[in-house]
Design a protein around this ligand. Structure first.
Ligand code: GCU
Length: 114
């Protein structure tokens, strides 16, 4: 967890190692099973997009590419639709490129498709 680039929420953001396989895991609770809209707030001040897998409860749900945001203090939101089960769900973002993940601020989960 780092806090050296402005604009994050809370007390900091997640900065993974710059390596494929680097991951951030979140546990989110769903009241019932079904689709959920998941917003991922991130900053990618690197020069290229950063690809990752989104893994839900151990199964790869989809891939995503976090676009460059121009600077580490410039934050953006990527929105995906995922299927969740009732109760606790493990959502992992796993880098598939050698740069690792972008800096991750938070996940915001709401029931229903985007
Ligand atoms: C810089 C930046 C970090 C970022 C890293 C990266 O070191 O300060 O916040 O995580 O680049 O390329 O991922």
């Amino acid at each position: 967890m780092d806090a050296n680039h402005a604009g994050y929420s809370g007390t900091g953001f997640c900065n993974t190692d710059s390596a494929s396989g680097a991951a951030a895991r979140f546990t989110v609770e769903a009241a019932g099973s079904g689709t959920a809209t998941v917003k991922i707030r991130y900053a990618n001040g690197g020069s290229s997009d950063r690809p990752a897998d989104i893994v839900v409860n151990g199964a790869r749900a989809q891939s995503i590419s976090f676009k460059a945001t121009g600077a580490w203090a410039d934050w953006a939101t990527a929105t995906v639709t995922l299927r969740l089960k009732a109760g606790d769900n493990a959502i992992s973002l796993t880098a598939t490129g050698s740069d690792g993940l972008p800096n991750i601020d938070y996940l915001d989960v709401t029931p229903g498709a985007a």
